[in-house]
Design a protein around this ligand. Structure first.
Ligand SMILES: *Cc1c(COP(=O)(O)O)cnc(C)c1O
Length: 454
């Protein structure tokens, strides 16, 4: 293999045997989650929501954590994922930069999300749990967990944000195909759902609301727990297979990236591709690492670093993170997976330490980037992924202007074959840019101004 190889492939036995836990290497420890009384929570406080084996992982500061054999075996259905050199995109841009993308769209659910869904379903079953509840925005997480629960042998119920439930019928059918129960949120089956419906019957819903409903159901039953597809430390951990594989793939071609790019909604695919490289950066490597987000939901770039809850009903502990306020209802942009109000504490923390950069991008630039990608590389990216592509194109254009042969790695977090309405709207000229108005941000932040500061 050389740097001219189109697909840099690993053998199945080269798949990582351990996850990388960045908590072992942080310059300062992660601020502890707080209860509503403002005091650090105890691990047992989380036990009605998550199984104890996952809570231990959430708090672990061990650098390497072994991936259970059964999890590796299921991941091997699509992993190791290919690392592509985007030669045709480079040519179209006329850039001296070398662009590589890690294709996470090859999983059965079409994104990186099954990397953690399989692990979470496994740990829950090992703990004796029979039934998982969760929320989903655009439907990628719901389908990833539905598939994983089926493969592992437990039941799954998904609260799907209303606007996506109505606009993305195919994701719903995927979940049903994998045997899960999927209902629109807010629903009339939970107390918080009924309260919100009575106050705002026409609400499009939000991830924050759907999370509250899923947790409310989980804590009522002994054999049931809740599962979150992003944000939490154990999710970041499970996703590091992406970056660990990418590092091995670069070794095969004697190359190392100058820039690593990922889009960030809750932060998991970005953490997955970047944390193993941040490990190198902490140990002296010189590289840039960039997280990108929509300018309509600018959590890392405009949300303050505060203690905030992960859901509307404040059922989760307070987490130290960049947040737009837990009550924030984002505009209905098509990148549904990037519409969460908060950002993973670990991703927020490494931004605080200057180990990464963040940038926000307008949606029309992202759709143009997605089209150029489809026209050159063939694959149609998810609208979320287009935010990584647009940043990659910016960096590649800059490399051309500077005449530098930079190596750029981007995480191609998923395909867009279930998100074609967004493409249709864009191509018919119906999409506009929507930078978040400051009044809306200030209104949302007013509700969290008394929260403790990390
Ligand atoms: C869910 C999703 C995202 C955003 O979630 P993160 O936790 O930030 O990774 C990005 N891309 C795709 C394809 C997704 O499905």
């Amino acid at each position: 293999m050389s740097s001219e190889t189109t697909k840099i492939l690993l053998h199945e036995d080269e798949m990582p045997r351990q996850w990388y836990n960045i908590q072992a290497d942080l310059p300062t420890p992660l601020p502890l989650p707080l209860g509503m009384d403002g005091k650090p929570i105890k691990p047992e406080d989380l036990s009605p929501v998550f199984p104890m084996n996952i809570i231990e992982q959430e708090l672990s500061t061990e650098r390497w954590i072994t991936i259970p054999e059964e999890v590796r075996e299921i991941l091997s259905l699509w992993r190791p994922s290919p690392l592509y050199r985007a030669k045709r995109l480079e040519k179209a841009l006329g850039t001296p930069a070398k662009i590589y993308y890690k294709n996470e769209g090859v999983s059965p659910a079409g994104s990186h999300k099954p990397n953690t869904a399989v692990a979470q379903a496994y740990y829950n079953r090992e703990f004796g749990i029979k039934y998982l509840t969760t929320e989903t925005g655009a439907g990628q997480w719901g389908s990833a967990l539905a598939m994983s629960c089926k493969l592992i042998g437990i039941e799954c119920k998904v609260y799907m944000v209303r606007i996506s439930f109505d606009h993305k019928p195919f994701r719903k059918i995927m979940m049903k195909t994998w045997g899960a129960d999927c209902i629109p949120s807010p629903s009339d089956t939970t107390e918080i759902g009924r309260k919100i419906l009575s106050e705002q019957p026409d609400t499009p819903g939000s991830l924050g609301i759907a999370i509250s409903e899923a947790i409310e159901e989980a804590v009522q039953r002994d054999d049931t727990r809740y599962s979150l597809g992003s944000v939490l430390n154990h999710v970041m951990l499970h996703q590091t297979v992406i970056g660990l594989e990418a590092k091995k793939q670069f070794e095969k071609i004697n190359t190392y990236p100058d820039i690593v790019i990922g889009c960030a909604g809750g932060g998991s695919n970005f953490a997955g591709i970047s944390f193993p490289f941040i490990h190198d950066k902490i140990n002296g490597k010189d590289l840039r690492i960039v997280a990108t987000e929509p300018e309509a939901c600018p959590t890392l770039t405009r949300g303050p670093y505060i203690y905030d809850s992960g859901d509307v009903a404040k059922m989760t502990p307070l987490l130290a993170m960049h947040s737009l306020g837990h009550g924030f209802i984002p505009p209905a942009i098509h990148a549904g997976g990037l519409r969460y109000h908060g950002m993973a504490p670990l991703v927020s923390h490494v931004l605080q330490h200057g180990l990464i950069e963040a940038n926000s991008l307008p949606q029309t630039e992202c759709y143009n980037a997605a089209l150029l990608f489809a026209h050159t590389e063939g694959f149609i990216p998810a609208p979320e992924t287009s935010h990584a592509i647009a940043q990659t194109i910016r960096e590649a254009n800059l490399a051309r202007e500077e005449g530098k042969e930079k190596v750029i790695l981007m995480n191609w977090s998923g395909h867009g074959l279930m998100d074609l309405q967004g493409y249709d709207a864009f191509m018919s000229g119906k999409l506009e840019d929507y930078p978040l108005p400051d009044e809306l941000l200030q209104q949302s932040l007013a509700a969290v101004k008394d929260h403790p500061k990390p």
